[in-house]
Design a protein around this ligand. Sequence first.
Ligand code: SF4
Length: 264
Amino acid sequence: MSGFKYCYGPVGSWRLGVSLGIDPVSQPEKVCNFDCVYCQLGHRLPCQPGRSVYVMPEDLGEELERIKAPADYLTFSGRGEPTMAANLTELRLECSRRRPEKIAVITNSGLMYSAKVREQLASFDFVVAKLDAPDGALFDAINRPGPGVYFREVVSGLVLFSKGCRGRLAIQTMLIGANKGRARDLARLYAEIGPDEVELNTPLRPCAEKPLPQPELEAISAEVSAELARLGAGKIKVVDVYRAGHPKVTPVSAPETLRRRGKI
Ligand code: SF4
C-alpha cells in the first residue's frame, strides 16, 4: 500500500484486536501537548494550547475506501495526540460512513478538562485514556505536559467523562521505574474515575525507558486488583500487556505503521 497519509496498519493490538490506525493529525513531527519520558515518537517540546484542523474528512474517506483489510476497530491514534484535531467529530463521522467497524480513540487525557473535548470523545465506541501518575509532581515528571495542562484538571475531567461516556472506557497506565511503586495510589484514582477496565502497560517498543519484566508487572496488577476490591471497585477489570496477547496481523502500510509505532 503506498500513497497513504492518514491510515496505517492494521496492527495486532493487545487492547483492540485487529486495529486499523487513523491519524487525525498526520504531521511529519509529532503534535502532542505532552512529551512523555517514554515517548516512542521522539522528544519535542509539547504544543501550545489550541487545537487545529489537520486532516480533511473527505481526504480520510478517500483513503478508507481504498483499504479492503477488515478490522475489529478503527483506532484514532498516530503521530501525536488525537484530541489536538479540532474536527475529531467530523473525522469520526466520516469513518462511520465509510466502514462498519467500531471506532476507538487512544488519548493522553490532557484535554479532558474541556467540556467540548469530552463531548467529542463520548461518541466513540471505546476510549482508552492515559493516567500514568497519582499526583502532580509525578505527572509533571513522567508526562511533561505543555502549558495549560494540570494534573488535578485531568483527573476531574476523567471523572466527569466517565459519567457521560456512552461507550466503553479504559484507563491505561504506562508503568516504568518512576511510578511502579505507586500502584495503590493509582488504584484509588481508578476507583474515583470508575472506568470499565484498567490497562497496565510497560514500554515494549523502542524508547528511552526500560520495560518492567513480566513478574513485576503481574505483581503490580495483583496489587491494583486487591486495592480496587478493598475500595469496593472490584468490578473494574484489570488487564496487562504481557498476559493479554495480541493477534498476528500484516500491515498493508508498513512504512506508515513504523512512523507511528516505532515497531510493527
Ligand atoms: S502522549 Fe503519547 S504521543 Fe504524546 S508524548 Fe506521550 S507517548 Fe508521546
